[in-house]
Design a protein around this ligand. Structure first.
Ligand code: PPE
Length: 309
């Protein structure tokens, strides 16, 4: 990853502070135990100014993650949504990535977080193609990870929490060390789960498949978007357990995620998927996705929140 492009201000517990001053104490609970919940939202440049994609859905998932971890958020959902829009305006950005993060701060150490304050931060910055521009067109080179995704009775995958990303880091670092851009993990039962920061889809004989929430996945908002758009285009989409080898013999495989958007996969474990390049259904779904997020096609689902409205 290239170094972070700084923006001006970060929203920190209700007020804006300079980017370089958004700091926490080293003994904050989150530093020791990974006790944070977060979101990643993209804001896209459109003809009507910047627009956040599925803002309310991201904010709802943030509250779901906090609820699972018994973390009381000291703001209403509306306040968080407004603060996100305000952050984009304050930093004068047209297109950006938005990272709200809520964490247990400085108070006491020990696993019990209940006497640590719940702190809320919203940062925005410009973030390009997650797996590289080239991957969006030609497809990414990925491997199956030797690490499994979190077993369901260990760390809940429906919560988007900082600690889950230690598992993601094992997957990602292993893939990078071997020259791939990403790794796909199996779930604890051995079925396909997801990648370190993306959901996964496969296409076979014109039908689309993706692992269900029973396979230790984060229920991706881009995943839901793509399922909806695919059905509108007339494709059957099935959520079910997927054996590893069915990806090797699929016609097309692609990732979805707020950061990764819709990224085709060219090869898995050096095996070319279909023609070893972006397939036609992936292309159609990318076109539908980028059409909606850029405001160029009709926003039938009310997915865009314009920043200056
Ligand atoms: N699974 C995982 C593990 C995951 O982290 C993401 C998002 C997804 C699926 C897709 O979810 P959604 O964004 O709602 O479609 N990963 C975020 C963080 C990436 C990062 O490197 O940080 C993201 O895409 O914003």
């Amino acid at each position: 990853m290239p170094p972070m492009p700084k923006a001006d201000k970060i929203w920190f517990n209700g007020r804006f502070v300079d980017w370089d001053d958004a700091r926490v104490h080293v003994l904050s609970h989150v530093v020791h135990y990974g006790s944070s919940v977060f979101e990643g939202v993209r804001c896209y440049k459109t003809r009507k100014g910047p627009a956040c994609f599925r803002l309310a859905d991201h904010v709802n998932r943030l509250y779901d993650s906090a609820k699972i971890y018994r973390m009381p958020i000291p703001y209403e959902r509306e306040e968080i949504s407004r603060a996100i829009l305000q952050s984009i305006r304050t930093n004068g950005l047209q297109g950006c990535y938005v990272r709200p993060v809520i964490f247990r701060g400085y108070g006491s150490l020990g696993v019990d977080p209940s006497s640590c304050p719940v702190e809320v931060v919203i940062a925005v910055w410009e973030w390009g193609a997650y797996l590289g521009e080239e991957a969006l067109e030609k497809g990414a080179d990925v491997r199956f990870s030797s690490w499994n995704r979190l077993a369901p009775n260990t760390m809940p995958s429906l919560a988007k929490v900082g600690a889950n990303y230690m598992n993601s880091q094992l997957i990602k670092l292993e893939a990078l060390a071997d020259g791939y851009v990403e790794g796909i993990a199996l779930d604890a039962q051995g079925h396909v789960s997801e990648a370190s920061g993306e959901n996964i889809f496969m296409v076979k004989n014109g039908a689309i498949y993706t692992p269900s929430t029973g396979s230790s996945i984060l229920p991706g908002i881009t995943r839901h978007t793509v399922i909806t758009l695919a059905r509108e285009l007339g494709y059957a989409v099935t959520q079910r357990a997927i054996p590893r080898e069915s990806l090797y013999i699929a016609d097309e495989v692609f990732f979805t995620g707020s950061a990764a958007e819709v990224t085709p996969i060219a090869r898995i474990d050096h095996i070319p998927i279909g023609e070893g390049t972006r397939g036609p259904i992936t292309r159609a779904l990318q076109d539908a996705y980028f059409g909606v997020v850029s405001g160029e096609t009709d926003d039938r689902h009310g997915w865009l929140t314009y920043v200056y409205q």
